[in-house]
Design a protein around this ligand. Structure first.
Ligand code: AMP
Length: 403
């Protein structure tokens, strides 16, 4: 991250997209806490700090009269908590790059924080508008992007704005640096054996990820709804389980490629099945390739979980993205929670572990073992795309510059 910026004004894109309750109180401040190291570093350097972030999707949830619902989506809700967390004076600008921002940025003193209004109150943000980005850039001397969670979006505040700063005047923040460094630990020469665990609803969302990991992982665990496309592709009877019939050939190709590359592809051999997609459905445990009509696989079964555990505990590096079952319902949460516990156990034994994706992160938090894993990513979609090998616009806009 940039250093030696005493007396300068830093424009910092953070991800303060925190959940609020009906009284607009913050119910989970994790995202704010994650941005703290960068903010406190800048404060210690003696920089004046301008923070900008989105909060929710205000343009998708406009009022009946077509206006933006400022009361719900204003970042003003965060001011008091931000002041407490940073032990700093926090000034609020009622616009984002407009007159109020300009006046308040001009008077900003080292160590003070100016929080701009929601970047997404204008559609110029998501369009990556150059004029809007230019107005933001004019507020400050240097630009720092610490919002990994939105790095996959080519928005004005995450990407376009960077073009207004010389390479020596822009950098990642500390959180972005950590996200990139930890993902690269898995992608570039991971400690072997390497076990990748991919779950979730659809194969189509994870194809690129699976393809990429087949190139270097030792074990790939496929769980969740997408496992049934693989099971059907091998002529299994999957009853009413989730399936993407248009991806059966692709599943067969991935199975073949895994064998060619000597990758141990683990598909759940048994499943917890239910006669309805419901928390109080009747359940039973059967082999995953023998699911009766009218029943659907909603979680990994005990034999599958045992095999998954062996693959995880034997690994020196582990990556996990996506739940192993419908973990939102208690009856189908066991597979996911066992994976969370086992990834934590492997980490305690010295494996490097990276968890990315909203559902896997909530599972590890729920397990009470979050402190044991090596790195928990703040970027769901962004981490997925980074691991797939895509160049994220928010990263590309900074890269090649001084760090
Ligand atoms: P994704 O967004 O693709 O990571 O998928 C997450 C969702 O997949 C969660 O809401 C899970 O409930 C769902 N899911 C996991 N396993 C299954 C399954 N066997 N059948 C249907 N949905 C599932």
């Amino acid at each position: 991250m940039l250093s030696g910026i005493q007396g300068k004004t830093a424009l910092v894109r953070v991800d303060f997209n925190v959940p609020l309750n009906s009284e607009f109180q913050i119910t989970d401040d994790t995202r704010m806490l994650k941005a703290l190291p960068t903010i406190l570093n800048l404060k210690a350097q003696g920089a004046a700090i301008i923070l900008m972030s989105h909060l929710g999707r205000p343009l998708k949830k406009k009022l009946d009269n077509g206006k933006v619902n400022v009361e719900t989506f204003t970042l003003r809700h965060l001011v008091d908590h931000l002041a407490k967390l940073t032990d700093s004076e926090v000034i609020f600008a009622t616009d984002c790059g407009g007159e109020d921002s300009i006046l308040k940025a001009r008077d900003l003193k080292p160590g003070q924080i100016l929080l701009l209004e929601n970047t997404r109150f204008t559609e110029e943000e998501s369009k990556g508008d150059v004029d809007f980005a230019g107005r933001l850039a004019n507020l400050a001397d240097v630009y720092i992007n610490d919002a990994f969670g939105t790095a996959h979006r080519a928005h004005a505040s995450t990407t376009t704005v960077a073009q207004f700063f010389e390479p020596s005047h822009k950098s990642f923040g500390l959180l972005m640096e950590a996200e990139i460094a930890n993902a690269q630990k898995i992608l570039n020469s991971p400690k072997r054996p390497c076990t990748a665990i991919f779950g979730g609803a659809k194969v189509s969302d994870k194809i690129k990820l699976i393809e990429r990991f087949i190139n270097f992982a030792d074990n790939i665990i496929i769980g969740g709804g997408m496992a049934y496309t693989f099971i059907k592709a091998q002529e299994g009877s999957i009853g009413n389980s989730l399936v993407e019939d248009s991806h059966l050939d692709l599943a067969r190709d991935l199975i073949k490629k895994a064998a060619e590359y000597d990758v141990n592809l683990l598909i759940p051999e048994d499943s917890v099945i239910a006669d309805a997609f419901s928390a109080d459905a009747n359940t039973q445990i059967v082999d995953s390739n023998n699911i009766p009509d009218g029943w659907m696989g909603l979680d990994a079964g005990p034999k599958a979980i045992e095999k998954f555990k062996v693959a995880i505990l034997s690994a020196q590096s582990v990556i996990w993205n996506g739940p192993l079952g419908v973990f939102e319902m208690e009856a189908f949460a066991k597979g996911t929670m066992e994976i969370a516990n086992t990834v934590a156990e492997a980490s305690e034994k010295g494996a490097f572990s990276l968890i990315g994706g909203g559902d896997s992160v909530s599972a590890i938090n729920k397990s009470g073992h979050a402190d044991k894993v090596s790195f928990i990513s703040t970027g769901g979609g962004a981490m997925l795309e980074f691991l797939e090998g895509k160049k994220l616009p928010g990263i590309a806009a900074i890269e090649g510059s001084a760090k």
